[in-house]
Design a protein around this ligand. Structure first.
Ligand code: FE2
Length: 94
């Protein structure tokens, strides 16, 4: 269960780090590089959790719940900025 929780949090955080890197590209390359460094460390945590996680149905369900909870916490902690940034990225793509 600990590995499932770790994998859920790491996967969710990775998705947000990817969005931040895309958003910062050519806007603030210094901050982008810092996030890329953090991302490297976080990938180790994710790899470790995925390698050591038991992937039965119960664990997958807990992982899903933790992923949703992590999304909610990120939304609340950024006051929705993460959603606005994602929207801006999609708008820039069009
Ligand atoms: Fe981590």
């Amino acid at each position: 269960m600990i590995m499932a929780c770790t994998a859920a949090v790491e996967e969710t955080v990775h998705m947000h780090l990817e969005e931040q890197v895309r958003f910062l590209n050519d806007r603030d390359n210094k901050l982008k590089d810092l996030i890329l460094e953090i991302q490297k460390q976080e990938e180790e945590h994710l790899d470790y959790a995925q390698r050591n996680m038991n992937a039965n149905a119960g664990v997958k369900f807990i992982k899903y719940i933790v992923s949703v909870a992590t999304e909610i916490v990120i939304f609340l902690s950024t006051w929705g900025d993460n959603i606005r940034m994602k929207h801006d990225l999609e708008f820039m793509r069009e």
